[in-house]
Design a protein around this ligand. Structure first.
Ligand code: HEM
Ligand code: HEM
Length: 346
């Protein structure tokens, strides 16, 4: 009998020692000091009032491959709204089957990032949208050719007029970018984490809540904070310990290319983590396919800590609570080409 009690006591002790951390009573309060729930309506964007006409034009443009030189690539080719708003490739494939240098981030909730791209080189979504169209490895087109293509289709001219009333000649590259920005502002994905922040205790599992507590305790939230759980500041990738050369390829110096400041070598925008469970592979190099491995790498490179397997599991459980509801996007019927529509080039 005594042996049985002793065995039970030891078992209980072991179980308590390995039991996951309790969920702090003030978890929501602490979380609200670090993060913000998504709004329930489409957010406003600077210098570009979002209207229903702009949104539906922007949707058509986002899905129209004819804005690329080859007529093959739309924004949705690399930011597929059905697969997490990205292309699930290591690095994107664009014009002429060229492989680009970086992994495509998701467009979902991108409206909340303080700046766009891994190095933050575009200040907002309207500035960003002009980039891929002209990038040789992406859509390889020119602003003039995009405008000529759109003007050749009367339906597009009608839609631009409706979206930008009062403008004499609204089919411009600027308005193209503004319409896309308006559509992207609608790509907001409320998640269980938001419901928890808004007061619903049952929205997250206890493992996810423990993961959230750990995410803040360990210091992940000192970088990944705010409404997008990232997307705000810039830090060296390898703040404490340099990642391996395949994960951090030597030639991509990140923000250094934007600021030309030595201190910005290998500095990248803190990745926004909403929907991260849908957007493998990870990091700007796209070299890591497993979210657990990505989290463990963050532990060593950014915190200088080997995270235990239990910790990694809890952190990943929390990251799963950031997977939100993607808005339904009905595929529009796009305007038909005419005799004057520029022909695709390969
Ligand atoms: C980055 C939108 C076309 C590949 C981005 C970002 C946005 C975006 C909003 C920044 C997201 C963030 O920083 O979190 C668009 C739009 C497009 C378009 C509106 C159409 C006009 C494409 C295409 C490709 C592509 C066709 C692939 C061929 C990428 C890549 C990045 C990126 C690789 C990261 C580049 C870097 O950080 O240097 N895109 N995209 N995009 N997109 Fe696109
Ligand atoms: C990227 C999670 C701590 C800065 C990432 C990614 C994940 C992640 C999953 C990849 C996202 C993607 O590719 O879409 C975590 C977790 C942390 C943590 C769970 C705590 C254990 C930190 C800290 C910092 C930081 C403390 C700042 C010192 C960054 C940066 C990137 C990133 C700059 C982008 C890296 C790149 O260039 O690819 N984080 N992170 N993270 N994180 Fe963290």
């Amino acid at each position: 009998m005594k042996i049985l009690f002793t065995t039970m006591a030891v078992a209980l002790l072991v179980a308590t020692a390995f039991a996951a951390d309790p969920i702090p009573a003030d978890l929501r309060e602490t979380a609200l000091a670090n993060f913000k729930a998504l709004p329930s309506t489409t957010p406003a964007v600077a210098n570009n009032p979002v209207t229903p006409e702009k949104i539906s034009l922007g949707k058509a443009l986002f899905l129209d491959p004819r804005v690329s030189a080859s007529g093959v690539f739309s924004c949705n080719s690399c930011h597929n709204l059905a697969t997490g708003g990205d292309d699930n490739l290591e690095t994107s494939i664009g014009h002429g089957w060229q492989k680009g240098p970086r992994n495509a981030p998701t467009v979902l909730n991108a409206v909340f990032n303080n700046a766009q791209f891994w190095d933050g080189r575009a200040e907002d979504l309207k500035a960003q949208a002009k980039g891929p169209v002209q990038a040789g490895v992406e859509m390889a087109n020119t602003p003039g050719q995009v405008v000529a293509t759109l003007k050749s289709m009367p339906k597009y001219v009608e839609w631009f007029n409706a979206a930008f009333p009062g403008e004499a000649d609204p089919v411009t590259f600027d308005d193209f970018a503004k319409a896309i920005e308006a559509f992207e502002a609608t790509l907001v994905t409320p998640a269980p984490f938001d419901a928890f922040l808004n007061g619903d205790d049952a929205a997250m599992t206890s493992q996810q809540k423990q993961g959230l507590a750990l995410f803040m305790d360990k210091g992940c939230s000192s970088c990944h904070a705010g409404i997008n759980v990232g997307g705000e500041g810039y830090y060296p990738f390898g703040l404490i310990e340099k990642p391996s050369a395949d994960v951090l390829p030597e030639k991509d110096k990140g923000r250094f290319a934007v600021t030309n400041t030595a201190d910005d070598s290998y500095v990248f925008r803190v990745a926004p983590l909403r929907n991260v469970a849908l957007t493998a592979p990870y990091f700007h190099s796209g070299k890591v396919w497993d979210l657990k491995q990505a989290v463990a790498i963050m532990g060593t490179t950014q915190l200088g800590e080997e995270l235990t397997e239990e910790d990694v599991d809890l952190l990943v459980a929390f990251l799963n609570s950031l997977t939100g509801k993607v808005p339904e996007v009905a595929y529009p019927i796009l305007p038909a080409e005419t005799a004057t529509t520029p022909r695709p080039v390969s």
